[in-house]
Write a protein that binds this ligand. Structure first.
Ligand code: ADP
Ligand code: MG
Length: 205
């Protein structure tokens, strides 16, 4: 699984170039931290990597990548459903039996430091726990591509540490993981670092 970008540049109608000349390859089994100041185009580049946004210039070869999953800054869940259900439901939808889905869900919860919280309702999880649950759920569906946008932005430092630890578990053999962040420790939890400032037009000029 590999995504290759060649000379990618993007601007929105109203603004100047966010970035140009982006030549990057993203491989399964690795996690890529995408850093840069607020407004530098991290979320936009995530959208281009995923194919939701067509870049103004350059090429994106998405190869065999078909299924992508996304985790946002704010965790979204069903308040009264258990943590376990949040992970098990997509597994059920993909054909697992209820028992298999629960067993697999518990395995993923364990891996993300939520082993003791399977029965807890979503609304009773802390912000950090809820964010780790979102990562566990996304990972459980074995996407080809997993995009994570500012996962620690809304968390206090200790909750953020837990999420960063969880990101260390996000090295998935068959999944390309890309994380937009301006948290140094999130960056350090990834295997690779892409600094968008290197592609800012003023750096090129
Ligand atoms: N759909 C859009 N239309 C117009 N401008 C946009 C759109 N999406 C983002 N932008 C602008 O592009 C710039 C980069 O946004 P974004 O990719 O969200 O940056 P980051 O995630 O690094 O904070 C910002 O100035 C933002 O306002
Ligand atoms: Mg953003």
């Amino acid at each position: 699984m590999r995504i290759v970008m060649g000379a990618v540049g993007h601007r929105f109608d109203s603004g100047g170039w966010l970035f140009r000349g982006v030549d990057l390859a993203f491989d399964a089994g690795r996690s890529y931290a995408l850093t840069g100041p607020s407004g530098s185009g991290k979320s936009t580049l995530l959208g281009i990597i995923a194919g939701w946004i067509a870049p103004v210039e350059g090429s994106v070869d998405r190869g065999d990548v078909a299924r992508s999953a996304r985790v946002f800054q704010n965790p979204h869940g069903t308040p009264r459903r258990s943590a376990r259900d949040h992970v098990a439901l997509p597994l059920l939808a993909r054909g697992a039996s209820p028992r298999e889905a629960d067993e697999q869900a518990d395995g993923w919860l364990e891996r993300f430091g939520l082993g003791a919280l399977g029965g807890r309702r979503f609304r009773d999880l802390s912000g950090g726990e809820a964010q780790r649950l979102m990562l566990a759920r996304a990972a459980a569906t074995s996407p080809d591509l997993l995009l994570v946008d500012e996962p620690t932005a809304q968390l206090d430092p200790s909750a953020a540490d837990g999420v960063n630890l969880a990101l260390n578990s996000l090295r998935l053999e068959h999944t390309i993981v890309v994380v937009a962040t301006h948290d140094d420790r999130t960056r350090d939890a990834c295997t690779d670092h892409v600094d968008l400032r290197a592609f800012a037009p003023e750096a090129v000029a």
